[in-house]
Design a protein around this ligand. Sequence first.
Ligand SMILES: NC(=O)c1ccc[n+]([C@@H]2O[C@H](COP(=O)([O-])OP(=O)(O)OC[C@H]3O[C@@H](n4cnc5c(N)ncnc54)[C@H](OP(=O)(O)O)[C@@H]3O)[C@@H](O)[C@H]2O)c1
Length: 163
Amino acid sequence: MLIFLWAEGHNGVIGQNGQLPWHLPADMHFFKTVTTGNTIVAGARTYRSFGRSLPNRQNIVVTHQPASNFPDTVIVLDSLDAVRTYAAAHSDDKIFVVGGAQLFVGLQDDVDFLYRTVIDANFTGDTWMPVMNYEKFQLIATQPGIRNDKNPYDYHFEQYQRR
Ligand SMILES: NC(=O)c1ccc[n+]([C@@H]2O[C@H](COP(=O)([O-])OP(=O)(O)OC[C@H]3O[C@@H](n4cnc5c(N)ncnc54)[C@H](OP(=O)(O)O)[C@@H]3O)[C@@H](O)[C@H]2O)c1
């Protein structure tokens, strides 16, 4: 199953200067909880933003670079078709596409399930989520995020499945 997992602020902003526009540890914790034990697929810029391959998950990077630029444990794919082929061959796995925008744009017709964190705040950014066609998805769960000193925004978590 191919799944998108992302967080967005107002206007669908997701990135700024190769990083997240916000610091929201509760969402990072959510990301870790949901993806651990599964597979994550990241574009090369997003993978770079992690600073390392993420532990306890199969890491897949999409890039035109040679595989030798990445650790041995990372699967390197050179096209979105290669991602589709991988997903078809691992259909029982939860495969989380974790960005960035280039992957979300290219795989939006393939994705089966969405995890979206909605942050109710304005951020300066340079990268945006593509406008998804939510008519093709059904909202099946919403959970409020807890606002506190370390997580100083209103935010909530949503799950959608393809209709
Ligand atoms: N808020 C969120 O949930 C979230 C999630 C993810 C990322 N982000 C943010 O979004 C920004 C990064 O997103 P981005 O869209 O700029 O970059 P990206 O999608 O992470 O990475 C782009 C790179 O991926 C590779 N790539 C993309 N499509 C490819 C294809 N069809 N075939 C082969 N390689 C392909 C290329 O790497 P090469 O140039 O190496 O060939 C390309 O330069 C960062 O600011 C990041 O923090 C936010």
